[in-house]
Design a protein around this ligand. Structure first.
Ligand code: HEM
Length: 518
C-alpha cells in the first residue's frame, strides 16, 4: 500500500457505492473497493450485495467469516482505496512481534504483571529477537513450504545461520564458544531456558511439517556427533551443518523396530583390514532424510549396537514417505546397500551404541515437550478468539457453558504442561549431562507422555469448538485442522506415548528403596 495514496472518506461517501459494479465496504475503518473483485470473491457475489453489507460497515460480519490474514495478502491489500475520516484501525493493530494480550496466549513469564523465578533479562531479550525473527523471516517461508512441500528455503537457512540460530538449538555447550548469539545472549550464560525460548518461538509458527523440516534432523541427529565423534569429524560436520549448507538426520527407527531400539536389524560389519565398516539395512520415518547429506545411523555390530555417521554416497538411497504432514519435513525411507564407512566415523565405542542412542533421547524428548507445550497454547489462543467473536443463537459462542467447560480444561492442561516443563528445564540447568541421563529419563518420559495426551485432548476439544471450520484446510479453522491432523506426530516421534509412560514407571521402580513397606 505504501506506494498508493490513500484517500479519506466519510461513511456517506461509502454508502453511495452499494451495487454490482460499484461496490465499496468498510472493514475496521478502511475502505475497500470490491467492484471488480466481487465476481471473483470466494464467498460469492450475493453475500457482498446484501443491503447490510454493500456500502456499509462490514467489520463484524467480515471477521465472523475470515481470518485477519486475508486482508494482509498482497492481492487483497490493494483493494483498499482509503480510510474513514478521523478513524483508525482497532483490530489486530499492535500484535506483530509483541506478546499477545489474549489471556493464556503467552506463558506466565511473558504475561504483563506476572512473575517467574526462571527467566532473566537475557531470556527476555532473546525472546523479543526470536519473535521478530520468526514472524518476519521464518513464518512466510513456513506457510509457503507447508503447502508446496519443499524444504525450508536456502535463503532462510543462510540468514538464520548467519545469526547462529542453528547452534543455539543444540543447547548450552562448547559448540557456542566465541559465537555472537541472537538477542545478545553471551555463549557462557546460554542455558536450557534460552533453548526453550528458541524452540517455543519456532513452534509458534504452527506448521508442523515445516517445523521438522527446519533442521529437526540436526536437533536429534547432531548430538551424537557433538558428543561422541572424533575431533576432526566433529569439526567438519558441525561446521557444515551450522552453516545451513549441509543437512543431517537421525536414522534409528526401522520397519522392524521403533521404540524397541535393541531390535534393530541394520548391520555394520568390519572389513578385513579393520579400517572400514560395511552397512546394510533399512530405516523408516527418517525426518529430513530426503535432503540429508549425513545420517546418524544405529547398526547392529558383532556384540551389540554401534552408531555411525554415514555420508550420502554410493549405496545410500532415500525415498520420500507420504505422511499426514507436509513433505517439507523430508520424511523418508532409507536403504543402505553395502555402504562403506570409515571406522573413524564411529560415534562412541564399538558395541556401545545403545548408550549413545539412549543418552540422545532426553534432549530430543525435552525439545518435543517445549514444542508441544507451545503449540497447545496457540490452540488455546485460537479458541479464545473464536468463542469471543463467533455468534450462535444471537450470542457469542462463549456464552455456552459446554464451551466454557472445554476451555477450562484446555487452559488448565497447557498451564500444567508449561509449569512441569519449566521445572524439568530447571533441573537440566543444574545437572551435568551424565546426571541428566541418569535422573531425568523417567521425568522427561512422563512429561512427554503427558504433553502429548493433553495435546490430543486439546485438539479434540478445539475441533468441537470450531465445528465444520476445524475440518477445512483453509479459512477460520485452518490452524485447528492442521493441529488436529498433525498432533499424533508428537505422540509417536521420539518414543511412543505408552512406551514413555512405562519407561518412567520402570525407572521409578528401579529407584525404590529395598526396605520400604506400608
Ligand atoms: C476485502 C474484502 C474481502 C475479501 C478480500 C474477501 C476474501 C475472501 C476469501 C479469500 C474467502 C475464502 C475463505 C478464506 O480464505 O477465509 C472468502 C470467503 C467468504 N467471504 Fe469474503 N472477502 C471479503 C469481504 C467479505 C464480506 C464483506 C463478506 C460479507 C458477507 C464476505 C463473505 C464471505 C463468505 C460468506 C465467505 C465463505 C466463508 C466460508 O466458506 O466459511 N466476504 N472471502
Amino acid at each position: 500500500m505504501a506506494s498508493k495514496e490513500l484517500k479519506q472518506f466519510s461513511r456517506e461517501d461509502v454508502a453511495s457505492h452499494n451495487k454490482q459494479g460499484d461496490l465499496w465496504v468498510i472493514i475496521d475503518s478502511k475502505v475497500y473497493d470490491l467492484s471488480k473483485f466481487a465476481a471473483l470473491h470466494p464467498g460469492g457475489l450475493a453475500v457482498l450485495l446484501d443491503p447490510e453489507v454493500a456500502g456499509k460497515d462490514a467489520t463484524e460480519i467480515f471477521y465472523s467469516l475470515h481470518r485477519h490474514e486475508v486482508l494482509l495478502k498482497p492481492g487483497y491489500t490493494r483493494l483498499q482505496i482509503g480510510s474513514i475520516k478521523e478513524q483508525s484501525p482497532r483490530i489486530n493493530v499492535d500484535i506483530a512481534g509483541k506478546p499477545s494480550k489474549v489471556p493464556y496466549a503467552e506463558p506466565t513469564w511473558l504475561t504483563e504483571g506476572y512473575y517467574s523465578p526462571y527467566y532473566k533479562e537475557s531470556h527476555r531479550n532473546l525472546h523479543k529477537a526470536m519473535r521478530e525473527l520468526t514472524e518476519t523471516l521464518i513464518y512466510p517461508d513456513a506457510q509457503a513450504a507447508e503447502e508446496n512441500g519443499k524444504r525450508p528455503s536456502q535463503d532462510v537457512l543462510d540468514r538464520t545461520a548467519a545469526l547462529n540460530l542453528h547452534p543455539m538449538r543444540m543447547g548450552p555447550g562448547k559448540h557456542l564458544k566465541g559465537l555472537e548469539l541472537i538477542g545478545g545472549v553471551k555463549p557462557e550464560e546460554y542455558d536450557y531456558f534460552h533453548e526453550l525460548v528458541v524452540t517455543q518461538e519456532l513452534t509458534r509458527i504452527g506448521t508442523r511439517g515445516y517445523a521438522d523440516g527446519f533442521l529437526g534432523g540436526m536437533v536429534i541427529g547432531l548430538p551424537p556427533v557433538l558428543n561422541f565423534a572424533q575431533p576432526a569429524v566433529r569439526e567438519k560436520v558441525t561446521k557444515e551443518v551450522f552453516s545451513g549448507k549441509k543437512f543431517i538426520c537421525l536414522a534409528i527407527s526401522e520397519a522392524f523396530a521403533g521404540s524397541d531400539v535393541a531390535g534393530l536389524r541394520c548391520t555394520a560389519t568390519r572389513t578385513e583390514d579393520g579400517k572400514h565398516f560395511i552397512i546394510n539395512g533399512t530405516k523408516k520415518w527418517i525426518t529430513n532424510a530426503t535432503f540429508a547429506d549425513y545420517f546418524t545411523v544405529g547398526c547392529k555390530t558383532e556384540h551389540g549396537l554401534t552408531v555411525f555417521l554415514v555420508e550420502r554416497g554410493p549405496g545410500v538411497e532415500t525415498t520420500p514417505i507420504k505422511t499426514s504432514y507436509s513433505p517439507a519435513a523430508g520424511t523418508a525411507y532409507v536403504t543402505f546397500d553395502n555402504v562403506k564407512v570409515p571406522a573413524e566415523n564411529m560415534l562412541g565405542p564399538e558395541d556401545g551404541g545403545l548408550f549413545v542412542i539412549l543418552s540422545n533421547f532426553n534432549h530430543e524428548r525435552w525439545v518435543m515437550c517445549c514444542g508441544s507445550a507451545r503449540s497447545q497454547r496457540l490452540i488455546v489462543e485460537e479458541c479464545l478468539k473464536w468463542v469471543n467473536q463467533r455468534k450462535v443463537f444471537g450470542k457469542p459462542l462463549v456464552s455456552q457453558p459446554v464451551i466454557r467447560n472445554k476451555l477450562a480444561g484446555m487452559i488448565a492442561r497447557v498451564e500444567s504442561v508449561q509449569s512441569w516443563l519449566e521445572n524439568v528445564t530447571h533441573q537440566m540447568c543444574n545437572m551435568t549431562y551424565k546426571e541428566q541421563s541418569q535422573k531425568l529419563a523417567g521425568q522427561i518420559g512422563f512429561l512427554k507422555m503427558y504433553c502429548t495426551q493433553t495435546a490430543q485432548e486439546t485438539a479434540r476439544d478445539a475441533t468441537q469448538i470450531f465445528g465444520g471450520r476445524a475440518i477445512t484446510r483453509t479459512g477460520m479453522g485452518r490452524v485447528i485442522e492442521h493441529y488436529h491432523r498433525t498432533v499424533p506426530f508428537d505422540s509417536l516421534l521420539g518414543g511412543a506415548e505408552d512406551v514413555l509412560g512405562d519407561l518412567g514407571v520402570r525407572q521409578a521402580i528401579k529407584q525404590m528403596p529395598k526396605n520400604v513397606r506400608l
